[in-house]
Design a protein around this ligand. Structure first.
Ligand code: G16
Length: 544
């Protein structure tokens, strides 16, 4: 049972992005690459000797190999126990649930989320702390600093662990416990939602549902929960078999990549309710019969109706959204008399607010919604939340959303992505917009007047840490906004994200096509940033 100490040299590109380290599989397959990063994680932590580490991933290509390496390194570094999902699979919210339930020291999540998988696809790794949430920036910064100077790592020279057999095995002095990947998560969901009422809805014969797991991690969870515990018809879950390459698709629940579901939900005789989740199960998309719910609206609807759901019956303490997410939830918070926090993009920024009970529900425009039940966003939780509201209200998704707009006004909202832009061009474009900010303040722009123009900076209200340069905002006096950001999750070139929002209080104007309603702002954004001219893109690659 020899502990090997292996000499290594640093890689210069191990800086975690919005959500951990994401690279092409081929990068992770380089000798020592994964090992260096894992040892850098361990070297940045204190006090884990004899403690428990949770390890799991979304089942993408390289998941099993990576887990074997991580387990052998955890054992060599002195962890006492590792909890692993069967077949190496855990959805990201399930990792968070298991860390919290078993009082683990932390966890390692293997996923590149919505990015494609397979030998030529992407892989990723991130560290979650004992609250079950993604490590805050001070930890990821420490990991990156360590990765720049690392010169050795420890690993056990032993046979691989059988990841398919549930139960404990020994790995050196560490115990590896293989857990059913679904049980603990499903049990948590049963404490939050009225399963009996949802079961009645799903078996009433009047309500039909289609859940698309996009051949990613939620397949087994969705089948066990919807078709098993809740009695939905067999076949309710489509693309429910997790595949190492997600069947060649992008496991990204949006109108472009979840095309199978979109086809079903926008057909004649479409089901009453449709939903999709992403590679690692933390994102969600919600659809009604021929109706799309924007993630920002979804957050607002959940907040407005939270007390209909058992887990939130006593009310929510506050809400939080990422800066580029629409301000729809702000209006709900105002009406409820609770605080609404605006954070940078990245679920890690919600952790302190949830721990301090300042926010109960959180959400992002990037198809992420969650609550204080775990410390990750949670795709199936959002689907269950919607089902619970639908079961109580007995109305369609479209009626619920349109009634919401009639009460609060509608925040027209869209995100335009320009993927695969040359990084230097993208940085120049952002610098060009940044340089205009001081002169824009108070000025007319098209038919709008600029109320503020800045580079978003966030001071965490709990630990006072400051995160600067989190996206350029140009806000107008009528509440409209355009926001520019470079994605922190891509692996090739740069992805420019343009977020556009305008507020319409008049219910007679709530049925305009979103792109049409936002057209003047989209044009202004191009005028300010010269997107077409600088990138050469005539159109965005993805519009959500
Ligand atoms: C991650 C983060 C989210 C973020 C999203 C997109 O989600 O956890 O907070 O909104 O990336 O980030 P970006 O705009 O930088 O690409 P996931 O689902 O990829 O883990």
């Amino acid at each position: 049972m020899a502990i090997q100490t292996v000499s290594t040299t640093p890689f210069s590109d191990q800086k975690p992005g919005t959500s951990g380290l994401r690279k092409q599989v081929t990068v992770f397959q380089q000798p020592h690459y994964l090992e260096n990063f894992v040892q850098s994680i361990f070297d940045s932590l204190d006090g884990y000797q004899g403690q428990t580490l949770v390890v799991g991933g979304d089942g993408r290509f390289y998941n099993r190999q990576a887990i074997q390496i991580i387990l052998k390194m955890a054992a060599a570094n002195g962890f006492g126990k590792a909890l692993v999902g069967q077949a190496g699979i855990f959805s990201t919210p399930a990792v968070s649930c298991v860390i919290r339930k078993y009082g683990a020291f932390g966890g390692i999540v293997l996923s590149a989320s919505h990015n494609p998988g397979g030998p030529d696809g992407d892989f990723g790794i991130k560290y979650n702390t004992e609250n079950g949430g993604p490590a805050p920036e001070k930890v990821t910064d420490a990991i990156f600093d360590r990765s720049k100077v690392i010169d050795q790592y420890q690993i056990l020279d032993v046979e691989d662990v059988n990841l398919d057999r549930i139960g404990p095995t020994s790995l050196g002095n560490m115990t590896v416990e293989v857990l059913d990947a679904v049980n603990d998560y499903a049990a948590l969901m049963e404490t939050l939602f009225d399963f009996e009422q949802i079961r009645q809805l799903l078996t009433s014969g009047k309500f039909t549902m289609c859940m698309d797991s996009l051949h990613a991690v939620t397949g087994p969870y969705a089948k066990a929960i919807f078709e098993g515990l809740l009695g939905a018809a067999q076949g309710t879950v489509q693309n429910g078999e997790p595949l190492e390459d997600f069947g060649g698709g992008h496991p990204d629940p949006n109108l472009v990549y979840a095309h199978d579901l979109v086809k079903v939900m926008f057909a004649a005789n479409a089901p009453s309710f449709g939903a999709a989740s992403d590679g690692d199960g933390d994102r969600n998309m919600i659809l009604g019969n021929n109706f799309f719910v924007t993630p920002s609206d979804s957050l607002a609807v959940l907040a407005a109706n939270a007390t209909l759901v058992p887990g939130y019956r006593s009310g929510i303490t506050g809400v939080a959204r990422s800066m580029p997410t629409s301000q729809a939830v702000d209006r709900v918070a105002e009406k409820l008399g609770i605080d609404c926090y605006e954070t940078p993009t990245g679920w890690k920024f919600f952790g302190n607010l949830l721990d301090a009970d300042k926010a109960t529900l959180c959400g992002e425009e990037s198809f992420g919604t969650g609550s204080n039940h775990v410390r990750e966003k949670d795709g199936l939780w959002a689907v269950l939340f919607w089902l619970n509201i639908l079961a109580v209200k007995g109305e369609s998704v479209e009626t619920i959303v349109k009634d919401h707009w009639a009460t609060y006004g509608r925040n027209y909202y869209s995100r335009h992505d320009f993927e695969g832009v040359d990084s230097a061009v993208a940085n120049d474009l952002m610098a060009g917009v940044r340089s205009q900010l001081p002169s824009l303040q108070g000025q007319p722009l098209g038919s709008y007047t600029v109320a503020y123009a800045d580079d978003f900076s966030y001071t965490d209200p709990i630990d006072n840490s400051v995160s600067k340069n989190q996206g350029i905002r140009i806000g107008f006096t009528d509440g409209s906004r355009i926001v520019f950001r470079l994605s922190g999750t891509g692996t090739q070139g740069a992805t420019l994200r343009l977020y556009v929002e305008s507020y319409e209080p008049d219910a007679t104007k709530h049925d305009i096509d979103t792109q049409e309603a936002l057209a003047p702002l989209i044009q202004l954004a191009d005028q300010v940033a010269k997107i077409k001219e600088l990138t050469g893109f005539e159109q965005p690659t993805v519009i959500t």
